[in-house]
Design a protein around this ligand. Structure first.
Ligand SMILES: Cc1cc2nc3c(=O)[nH]c(=O)nc-3n(C[C@H](O)[C@H](O)[C@H](O)COP(=O)(O)OP(=O)(O)OC[C@H]3O[C@@H](n4cnc5c(N)ncnc54)[C@H](O)[C@@H]3O)c2cc1C
Length: 392
C-alpha cells in the first residue's frame, strides 16, 4: 500500500483547490436560486474535468483518462469544500456506466446527457415478490409485438419509482432458456397507462420505495440494452457499481466523528456518556473497524492505481461498511436510551437525526445484495470455497 501522492498529484490538488475557491461558496446551497447555482457549478466542474470523468464529452461527461488517484483527490477536496458532487441516484451511478458498457449509440445519445444533468430520475426494477437474493427466478415477462416490447409482471422495493421518469428493468424474454439466459435488460418509460406505482410506507415513516405493477407496459424494441437473453451479464455490471458505491469509506469516518460528539454531548446519570468506560470501549472497537475499513479502501485504490484487479475487495468493503453502520446504530441506541424509540423526524436537528441512521442501517445491509449473499460470493470467488448447494 502506498499512501503518498507524487508532486504531480499534489500540483493537481492545488489546481483543484484554486478552482473550488473561485467557483463555489458553501452558503449557495441556502440561496433562493440554489438549484441554478449548483447546476452552473457542476457544468464548470465538468468543463474542467472534475466531474463525470469517465464519461465521454460527447455524452456530457468530461472525457478524462481513468486515474483513481485523481478521483480520490477530487473526492477529498470536494468533501472539504462541501461542493456539489455528481447528481445522486441510480441514473448516474448505475444506469450510465451500464449504458457506456452495453448501450447502443441511440440509447447513449438519448439518455446519458440528461441523466448526468439530473433531468431524468431512474428506478431500478430488479426485485420481485418472489425474486430478491435469488434474482434469476424473476418472472416479469416481456414479449416482442411488432416493434415494441410488452411487459407484464410485478416489481417491488423499487426505490423512487414514484418520482422516476424511467426504469431499467430485468424481464424474462426467453422463457424456454435456462433461467439466467432468459433474462433481458429493458428501459421503460414510467409515464404510461400500463404502469401503476404504489409507494410502500417504511419503518421510518418515509415512502421511498414502491411496488410497480406492469400490466401491458410498452417499450420500443430498441430500448433493450445488450442482446436479448444477455440481461444477466448486463445487470452484473450495474450491481458492481452499486456495491462499490455503498462501500465508500469516508462517510463512515465522518459518521464516527459525529458518534463521538454524540457521546460527548449526551448526559446520562449526570455525566456525559463518553465518561462511561463501557461506551469508551465500544467506541474504541468501532474506531478500529472504521480505520481498518479506510485502509482496506486505500488498498483497493492502490491496486486499481497499479492496474491490478482488486478481486473481491469491493464486496468485502460493502459488507464491512454495512456491518460498521449497524455497530454505530447499536451504540447510538444505547447512548440515546429510550428516546431512540421516538419516531424519527427527518427535519429534526440533534439526536433525533440519528434515528434515521439506526433504522436505515438495516436497509443498507440488504440493498444491492444482502450481507449473507456478499459472504457467499466472497467465500466462493475470493476464498475458492465450494458453491452454495441451494443456489443454481
Ligand atoms: C433500502 C433498500 C432499497 C432497495 N432498492 C431496490 C431497488 O431500487 N430496486 C430493486 O430492484 N430492489 C431494491 N431493493 C431490494 C433488494 O435488492 C432486495 O431486498 C435484496 O436483494 C434481498 O432480497 P429479498 O428482500 O427478497 O430477501 P430474500 O432474498 O428473501 O432474503 C432474506 C434473507 O435470507 C438470506 N438469504 C437468501 N438467500 C440466501 C443464500 N443463498 N445464502 C444465505 N443467505 C441467504 C438473505 O441474506 C436475507 O437475510 C432494495 C432493498 C432495500 C432494503
Amino acid at each position: 500500500m502506498d499512501l503518498t501522492y507524487t508532486p504531480a498529484y499534489e500540483a493537481y490538488r492545488a489546481e483543484l483547490r484554486a478552482f473550488l475557491a473561485a467557483s463555489w461558496q458553501r452558503d449557495w446551497r441556502r440561496a433562493p436560486d440554489a438549484a441554478a447555482r449548483i447546476a452552473g457549478f457542476r457544468a464548470a466542474a465538468v468543463e474542467q474535468g472534475y466531474l463525470y470523468r469517465s464519461t465521454p464529452r460527447a455524452y456530457g461527461g468530461s472525457g478524462q483518462a481513468p486515474d483513481v488517484l485523481k478521483a480520490q483527490i477530487i473526492r477529498e477536496e470536494f468533501g472539504l469544500a462541501r461542493a456539489p458532487t455528481e447528481v445522486p441516484g441510480n441514473g448516474v451511478t448505475m444506469l450510465v456506466p451500464t449504458l457506456l458498457e452495453w448501450g447502443s449509440d441511440e440509447q447513449k445519445d438519448r439518455f446519458i446527457a440528461p441523466t448526468l444533468r439530473g433531468d431524468y430520475i431512474w428506478a431500478q426494477g430488479y426485485s420481485e415478490p418472489g425474486a430478491g437474493s435469488d434474482l434469476a427466478s424473476l418472472r416479469a415477462r416481456a414479449v416482442l409485438e411488432g416493434d415494441e416490447w410488452v411487459v407484464t409482471g410485478q416489481k417491488i422495493w423499487t426505490t423512487l419509482a414514484h418520482k422516476a421518469q424511467y426504469m431499467f428493468a430485468l424481464v424474462r424474454t426467453e422463457p424456454d432458456e435456462p433461467r439466467h439466459k432468459g433474462i433481458s435488460y429493458l428501459l421503460l418509460d414510467m409515464a404510461q397507462p400500463g404502469i401503476t406505482v404504489r409507494p410502500l410506507k417504511q419503518i421510518n415513516g418515509d415512502r421511498e420505495f414502491c411496488e410497480v405493477f406492469l400490466d401491458g407496459a410498452r417499450a420500443p424494441a430498441s430500448w433493450l440494452v445488450g442482446e436479448a437473453g444477455n440481461g444477466w451479464a448486463v445487470s452484473r455490471s450495474t450491481l458492481k457499481h452499486e456495491r462499490n458505491l455503498v462501500g465508500g469509506a469516508s462517510t463512515l469516518d465522518e459518521m464516527f466523528d459525529k458518534l463521538v460528539e454524540l457521546a460527548r454531548t449526551t448526559v446520562r446519570d449526570g455525566r456525559p456518556a463518553l465518561a462511561d468506560p463501557v461506551i469508551r470501549d465500544r467506541l474504541a472497537a468501532i474506531e478500529g473497524y472504521v480505520k481498518a475499513h479506510l485502509y482496506s479502501s486505500y488498498f483497493q485504490l492502490t491496486k486499481e492505481a497499479q492496474g491490478e484487479p482488486p478481486g473481491p475487495i469491493g464486496l468485502m468493503n460493502k459488507l464491512n461498511a454495512t456491518n460498521i453502520g449497524q455497530d454505530i446504530a447499536r451504540l447510538v441506541t444505547e447512548i440515546l436510551g429510550p428516546s431512540a424509540m421516538a419516531f424519527p423526524d427527518r427535519d429534526a436537528r440533534g439526536p433525533e437525526r440519528w434515528l434515521n441512521q439506526v433504522l436505515g442501517s438495516l436497509g443498507l445491509a440488504i440493498a444491492g445484495g444482502a450481507s449473507n449473499i456478499q459472504r457467499n460470493i466472497i467465500a466462493e470467488r475470493g476464498l475458492g470455497l465450494p458453491r452454495d448447494s441451494g443456489v443454481s
